[in-house]
Every structure is written in structure tokens, then in C-alpha cells.
Design a protein around this ligand. Structure first.
Ligand code: FAD
Ligand code: FES
Length: 282
């Protein structure tokens, strides 16, 4: 059992929790994730280790309440317990060899996954520019945290209600065209966003890392659920990733596989909404 020590709502859909998990905190590195199960009948759900404190023995998770399990997790409070938290899983983020200047891009809740990567690069002495994109001002998260681990933070909103109006790809292109020489770009967010970032960067020949979010079950390479195609080869995101060379990823196949259970997920979401009353649709 894993105790929730702290809970903070970052916006109406996204929650931060600090969990007492000393063994995970001892080993966790940027880019890794945990899998939690809310109770004995709960599905196994992967969430990135957004932060950790080895001395305090805690890990931080940041999650968007999109469906059954994340909505149930969001109903728990400080002092409550999560049945299982397994980790750290996955390959830690590799700092690209010789990289002096890196652009880290987060889209929406993808910023929760991009933040630890930006922090690791920044702490390693790399010059980091962060571009954080959101649909509108109300859902901006982690602004102070990302500013603290970057040389420049650029916030974009689709509707222009905060920061620069437009998409992260517009800002990235503008920065590159203005003469910023990035050795690498790291892009984390919705699959279409990562796909478009890669398409925008391809002509510039800049190395691009993406963090993939296929459906995962065991998280240990056994079930095959998280199969992705990278450079024409089959990879398992839980043990070979979740970070991959974005220019090699088959994003269309990933989107197709991620939509496999849409009907069941919709049914579960509506069921939970009726039980809790207070939780809104994603
Ligand atoms: C390595 C990894 C790290 C992640 N880190 C974060 C994070 O830090 N914060 C965050 O908000 N989300 C993160 N996600 C996505 C998160 O796992 C899903 O939002 C969650 O599983 C949704 O479950 P649900 O029951 O609430 O919703 P559901 O209604 O079951 O699903 C909603 C959507 O979530 C995805 N999903 C569902 N089940 C799984 C599963 N078992 N594995 C992966 N994706 C699934 C699917 O795209 C689905 O359409 C991560 C995913 C992966 C693979
Ligand atoms: S989640 Fe089962 S192989 Fe990756």
C-alpha cells in the first residue's frame, strides 16, 4: 500500500500527487514511469515519474483525469492509499551525446512528462529552451517549475488567451528560423502533436526524441500490448522506451492501436461519472 502524502489540483482536469514510495524514489530517473493499480480489480495504468525526492522517499505523479482509473485516482485524498505502485519502469532519458542546446516541447499534460526531462538536461549543464503548449489559459500547468529548469520558457495557447497564440510547432519553427541551433529536440504530448513536430523538424535534420504512450499492461515486455514500430522494427515501449527517435516512429499505427478500446473506455467513463457525480468528461 502506498500512502498519498500530498495532493494538488493543477487545473480542473490535472492532479499532482506526492506518494510515499522510498524504494522507487531511490532508483527513479528522468524518463521512467510507474504502473499503479487502484484496487484489486483495477487495471494497470502507467504514469511518468514527474519528480522524486530520494531523501524524503517520495515520488510525484501528475495525471489527467481522462477515464475510469485516473478519475478514481483523482477521487483519493491525502492520507488515502493506492494498492500497488510498481517501478521505476522503462529506460531513463539519455542525454544526447555532446548536446549543448536542446528544445524541450510539452503539449498539455505532456508537460508533466517533459518537465523531468528538461530538469535532467538542465542539471547536466545543457542549455534548455522549453516550449509548453496548451489549448487555453485555464489549463496551463507547471509554468514556474519549467521556468526554473530552462533558459527560456515559451508558453503557447491555441486560442491566444495566454502566451503566444498558435501551436508549439509554430514557435519551434520561429526559434529555429531565428538562428537557434538545437542539437536535439525532445517532444512529448498527444501523438498528433509529436507527429507534427517531427514533420516540421525533418527538413532541418535535427535529432528528435519523442516519448510514446501506447497502451501498456504488464510494463515488463511480456504482454506485447505496448508494441510500436520504430524504423520498421517492432519495439516494446515499456522496456525499449518510452523514448524513441521520432523520425523513425510509425505514428499512424500508434494512433490506430491506441483507439482499439475506445468504446469500452467511453462506457467505463460514463459509468464512473454517474457514480462520482462530480467528475467531468475528458
Ligand atoms: C509510459 C507512459 C507514461 C504516461 N505518463 C502519463 C502521465 O504522467 N500523466 C498522464 O496524465 N498520463 C500519462 N500516460 C497516459 C495514461 O497512462 C492514460 O491516460 C491512462 O492509462 C488512462 O486510463 P484511464 O482508465 O483513466 O482512461 P481510459 O478511458 O481507460 O483511457 C483513456 C485513454 O488513455 C490511454 N490508455 C488507457 N489505458 C492505458 C494503459 N493501460 N496504458 C497506456 N495508455 C492507456 C488510451 O489512449 C485511452 O484512449 C502515460 C502513458 C504511458 C504509456
Ligand atoms: S506493456 Fe506489456 S510488453 Fe510492454
Amino acid at each position: 500500500m502506498f500512502k498519498i502524502l500530498r495532493k494538488r489540483e493543477l487545473n480542473s482536469q490535472v492532479t499532482l500527487m506526492v506518494i510515499d514510495a522510498p524504494l522507487i524514489a531511490k532508483k527513479a530517473l528522468a524518463g521512467q514511469f510507474i504502473i499503479f493499480r487502484i484496487d484489486e480489480k483495477g487495471e494497470r495504468v502507467p504514469l511518468t515519474v514527474a519528480d522524486y525526492d530520494r531523501d524524503a522517499g517520495t515520488v510525484t505523479i501528475i495525471f489527467q483525469k481522462v477515464g475510469r482509473s485516473t478519475m478514481l485516482l483523482g477521487e483519493l485524498n491525502e492520507g488515502d492509499y493506492i494498492l500497488d505502485v510498481v517501478g521505476p519502469l522503462g529506460v531513463p532519458t539519455e542525454i544526447p551525446e555532446g548536446a549543448k542546446k536542446v528544445a524541450v516541447i510539452g503539449g498539455g499534460v505532456g508537460c508533466a512528462i517533459a518537465y523531468p526531462q528538461a530538469k535532467a538536461l538542465y542539471n547536466a549543464g545543457v542549455e534548455v529552451d522549453v516550449i509548453a503548449g496548451f489549448r487555453n489559459k485555464d489549463i496551463v500547468i507547471l509554468e514556474d517549475e519549467m521556468r526554473a529548469v530552462s533558459k527560456n520558457l515559451y508558453v503557447t495557447t491555441d486560442d491566444g488567451s495566454y502566451g503566444t497564440k498558435g501551436f508549439v510547432t509554430d514557435k519551434l519553427k520561429e526559434l529555429i528560423d531565428a538562428g537557434n541551433k538545437y542539437d536535439c529536440v525532445i517532444a512529448i504530448g498527444p501523438v498528433p502533436m509529436m507527429k507534427f513536430v517531427c514533420a516540421v523538424i525533418k527538413p532541418y535534420g535535427i535529432k528528435t526524441i519523442v516519448s510514446l504512450n501506447p497502451i501498456m499492461i504488464d510494463g515488463t515486455g511480456m504482454c506485447g500490448g505496448c508494441r510500436v514500430r520504430v524504423g520498421g522494427k517492432i519495439k516494446y515501449a515499456c522496456v525499449d522506451g518510452p523514448d524513441f527517435d521520432g523520425h523513425e516512429v510509425d505514428f499512424d499505427e500508434l494512433m490506430h492501436r491506441n483507439s482499439a478500446y475506445r468504446e469500452q473506455e467511453q462506457h467505463d467513463r460514463e459509468h464512473i461519472c454517474r457514480i462520482t457525480g462530480g467528475v467531468r468528461h475528458a
